[in-house]
Write a protein that binds this ligand. Structure first.
Ligand SMILES: C[S@@+](CC[C@H](N)C(=O)[O-])C[C@H]1O[C@@H](n2cnc3c(N)ncnc32)[C@H](O)[C@@H]1O
Length: 350
């Protein structure tokens, strides 16, 4: 069943859907478990039914101009660090959730990369790569003549990523096990720096931005997908339990030293770091229960309400009520879920 489900959503990819259909067996097992636990899911969409992303937000800030990345030599120096868990965890279920999240977002990521000029031979650095889903996609684009460096501090995510690159034969990926905030981390001379959903979790977003800027050669481009406003995650008709949950998620990230609405802090700092913003684009979905996009916030709600109970930010009874309200919304054909607002930023190193 899951195989069908994944194949069904293959049209989300922009031409190359290989990474969707070639998920590692361990990921598939986790996804299966996760899906089995989602009693509220509306239905499994079959391969014969096309799935589309309906609620894209039109044309915004499309990059115009030459999209050829200058080729430059990349260098990396990094200290080793021990693992530090991040607020959402690094367990198998989170690896599976990140896989689903990546499938939903992959077309938008590929579009941003294309507009930033990623191509055969590019040198790419992935900041906070997680289990390496985007890392592997970029390696397939740049080819063996290019170079991909992925920086991640979780050895558990990195172990998963290492198995993936071995299985997919992407030997030109280089992993750096490091905290992005660690003294001595130094990456330089890349064409493209990719950073997605990381700035909200680091102790110093300005330092992260500094490192992203320093990683690029002149003319290289930073591509960021980070949250601009997490509180846009709302249900229509309104669901007070969802709105309350979203508020608590934001509190939990702040308690862990992060900031959900991080773009407002990053954007004004770009020029100081020698980054000229060439494109900004809001990314938000109005998902209906049968849309694949719906599964992204839905999967987060399941795993994270459990986590909020564990850390004492939510009562078990409230988590149960949230899930039952959400199940109701998922069965309401007129329900529309607005997702957290992400801002895509493409900036060029001067
Ligand atoms: C939400 S996940 C996103 C993963 C990946 N960028 C993606 O888009 O699928 C956030 C990632 O940032 C990593 N991370 C958070 N803080 C970090 C830090 N200080 N140093 C290195 N990695 C960090 C976490 O371990 C996790 O893999």
């Amino acid at each position: 069943m899951l195989g069908n489900w994944i194949t069904t959503n293959a049209p989300f990819g922009s031409g190359d859907d290989s990474s969707i259909t070639r998920l590692a067996p361990r990921t598939i097992t986790c996804l299966q478990r996760l899906l089995q636990s989602w009693a509220w899911r509306p239905r499994i969409v079959r391969a014969s039914q096309p799935v589309n992303v309906r609620s894209e937000n039109g044309e915004h800030g499309v990059f115009e101009g030459p999209i050829v990345s200058p080729t430059c030599k990349s260098t990396v120096r990094a200290p080793m660090t021990h693992d530090t868990d991040y607020v959402l965890g690094t367990h198998n279920e989170e690896i599976a959730r990140l896989a689903l999240q990546h499938q939903v977002w992959r077309p938008h990521m590929l579009d941003a990369w294309a507009r930033a000029g990623m191509t055969r031979g590019s040198r790419v650095v992935d900041f906070g790569a997680g289990p390496g889903y985007a890392t592997c996609d970029s390696a397939e684009i740049v080819g063996s003549g290019g170079q991909v460096t992925a920086i991640e501090r979780s050895p558990y995510f990195l172990e998963f990523a290492r198995q993936e690159i071995k299985r997919r034969n992407l030997s030109w990926i280089h992993f750096v096990e490091s905290d992005l905030m660690a003294d001595g981390l130094s990456v330089a001379e890349f064409d493209i720096a990719w950073c997605r959903w990381v700035a909200s979790f680091v102790s110093s977003p300005p330092l992260l931005l500094k490192r992203i800027a320093a990683s690029l050669c002149a003319g290289g481009r930073a591509v960021l997908h980070e949250y601009q406003d997490y509180s846009t995650w709302r249900m229509i008709p309104d669901s007070p339990s969802l709105t309350e949950f979203v508020g608590k998620v934001m509190v939990s990230w702040r308690n862990a030293g992060g900031e959900p609405n991080i773009v407002a802090r990053l954007l004004p700092l770009m020029s100081d770091e020698g980054l000229r913003v060439i494109s900004v684009k809001p990314l938000i979905f109005a998902a209906r229960p049968t849309d694949f996009v719906w599964q992204w916030p839905a999967s987060f709600l399941v795993s994270n309400s459990q986590r909020l109970v564990e850390v004492g930010l939510m009562q078990r009874a409230d988590a149960d009520r949230l899930q039952s309200d959400f199940r109701e919304s998922a069965h309401n054909p007129n329900a529309v879920m607005m997702t957290p607002l992400v801002l895509e930023i493409i900036a060029e190193k001067q």
